[in-house]
Design a protein around this ligand. Structure first.
Ligand code: GDP
Length: 176
């Protein structure tokens, strides 16, 4: 008998970036249980926690609501985290800078120092190549802040499931 290790992944991003949809897809991939139909998913208010087993590890995903007035509660969840999954709506070029500002605040938090960060350029089914370039430029702009950690930018679609498994494999490999 080996003890199951538990890890916490913070899922953060602006409202409507697709965190809830992505979490449903992750659960579906890892449990086989169908996720909630997209039309039933409401924007996250408060915290949406899901546990998923990957290999033998239990990964707890904490999807924190992204609305500006909720960002203040994020810090209560920062302790005891093992990785950050930062979700950006790549179909909405107008909010990439706003997402960047939130990302900067996060990576400056002492509690999150050194944690691996996966930046998901989500909704790749809707976006064009230009937005991935824009997101990569934004990330490059904060490269000095990300210096000491594992960082990866990946395109994905929570609706279609594109690269969700690859993204989870990367996260899992960095956590343990
Ligand atoms: P949250 O506020 O970050 O939890 O975002 P939601 O998961 O509620 O998603 C916000 C909206 O974007 C919903 O209408 C979703 O159906 C839609 N959405 C989320 N992910 C994707 C995606 O990968 N592709 C497309 N086309 N739409 C998405």
């Amino acid at each position: 008998f080996t003890r199951q290790d538990e890890y916490n992944v913070l899922m953060l991003g602006l409202d409507s970036s697709g965190k809830t949809t992505l979490l449903e897809k992750i659960k579906h991939i890892h449990t086989g249980v169908p996720g909630m139909p997209a039309e039933n998913i409401l924007p996250t208010v408060g915290v949406n926690i899901s546990k998923v087993t990957m290999n033998r590890d239990l990964i707890k995903f904490m999807d924190l609501g992204g609305q500006a007035d909720l960002r203040g509660i994020w810090e209560a969840y920062f302790e005891d985290c093992h990785a950050i999954l930062f979700v950006i709506d790549s179909a909405n070029g107008e909010r990439i800078d706003e997402a960047g500002d939130v990302l900067i605040k996060l990576i400056k938090s002492e509690e999150l120092e050194g944690l691996p960060v996966l930046i998901l350029a989500n909704k790749c089914d809707l976006s064009d190549a230009g937005s991935l370039v824009k997101i990569k430029e934004m990330v490059n702009g904060v490269a000095d802040l990300l210096d000491s950690r594992d960082v990866r930018v990946m395109e994905a679609s929570g609706v279609e499931g594109t690269r969700v498994q690859t993204a989870m494999d990367w996260l899992h490999s960095r956590i343990i």
